[in-house]
Design a protein around this ligand. Sequence first.
Ligand code: FMN
Ligand code: SF4
Length: 476
Amino acid sequence: MNIRRLASINTTDEFKNYLSENNITLPVAENIPVGKNSALNRPYLLDGKTIGNRFCILPMEGWDGTADGHPTDLVRRRWSNFGRSGAKLIWGGEAAAVRMDGRANPHQLMINEDTLADIADLRQLLVTTHKDNYGNTDDLLVGLQLTHSGRFSCPHDSKIREPSILYHHPLLDKKFGIPSDSAVMTDDDISRLELDYIKAAELAQKAGFDFVDVKHCHGYLGHEFLSAVERPGRFGGSFENRTRFLSDVVHGIRSKTPGISIGVRLSAFDFIPFQKGENGKGEPVKYDHDHYPYAFGGDGTGTGIDLTEPILFLKKLLALGVRLVCITAGSPYYVPHIQRPALFPPSDAYQPPEDPLVGVARLISATSALKRAVPELTVVGSGYSYLQEWLPNVAEAVIANGDADFIGYGRMVLSYPDFAVDVLNGRALKKNRICRTFSDCTTAPRMGLVSGCFPLDEYYRGLPDYEALANAKKKS
Ligand SMILES: Cc1cc2nc3c(=O)[nH]c(=O)nc-3n(C[C@H](O)[C@H](O)[C@H](O)COP(=O)(O)O)c2cc1C
Ligand code: SF4
């Protein structure tokens, strides 16, 4: 496999040829119209509210809150950049833990009575920055992502995991050192956690957010329910039981905080964990059974997709009155290549097992199939940053074709905060700001440092973590 660097491709034809030579199917617009003729510039109407354009900033935490879950200046800078981005849908800002034991790292934000005023100020900063830059915030929609990190919880010390699990997963328990006799959350534990989500949504409304995301992705707790096929009791086994947490939380939020909208970020498919194989390239871990049952949206082979249950999940959202959904996949802990396609892997991962464009195309095609299966939903796609110079061409075609309603991107906003504005105004892209998927924003937190775009955002060069990251990478 010879992966060509996208920066070396100069024309749309060359890009299309590269795709076709490698059997990669992606929609590509020849030109990006400006103004009213651009699909990306077309407003979207959601429940009577207009969202000004089709770009969405995906949630991205920075491992840079205080020990008790308040934002710091680094968090405020990131949220201010989200406001400056020009995107009119802000999906969650970043994961905010609904309680201490559910933090993915000791610097994750928390939403509780103590942090409420600061979280409200954070949202206001984003909105004010947007207003200062674009004049109008009537067409801006801002949500907060609510999380419990489940088996990846690490609330007190970045080196010590304190997992809360729903079932013993034979491969993930082994990979992440979870003893086979450790306790599993009981049904009563889950019912108590539901109350924390419901309370968090009430607080999010007080903080001024338009919606909350009841996160069901990336291997965290909400996502783990969906693969709890072997768990006995009310929250495992049947599809109905595996989605009970979702429906309990949605009903609870509706009864306590009827004014707030609800969204769900979903890992719509998952793979068997990957590991470093020959030459450092990723390969599936060995599994001595014919059927791999722990991948929600998987076809049982460990690396194939079956969207039957994800479609049922989306229909359930619709029945619950939830219209906003953001489609992502897998988990950054065990299959980063299907979730955030990259040419240069994070320090604890593996070299790409496929051209990262295959990962982008897989996400876009699954999102399109889901949108077509349940067209009433408002669907946000994810994982576009790897497209680099070609992101606008693919994004324009995706929206024009109706393959998704919004283009969600994450890493690109870290390296290039005003990317969306440049695209929407037909300006030439700033080449030196384009995210090249160096993965330092993932490597740094894996080493206990803050996240951020160390290579391209000059602000990080002045931080002590810049040198610490360089030294840690030399040693690894
Ligand atoms: C540094 C970093 C932090 C992230 N934090 C979150 C998060 O808090 N919640 C979440 O749902 N996804 C998180 N993600 C995943 C992104 O939202 C997004 O799905 C992923 O980066 C792929 O999109 P992209 O190719 O545009 O970067 C994070 C990704 C990165 C790189
Ligand atoms: S560190 Fe910067 S260039 Fe590298 S993946 Fe993250 S955002 Fe992109």
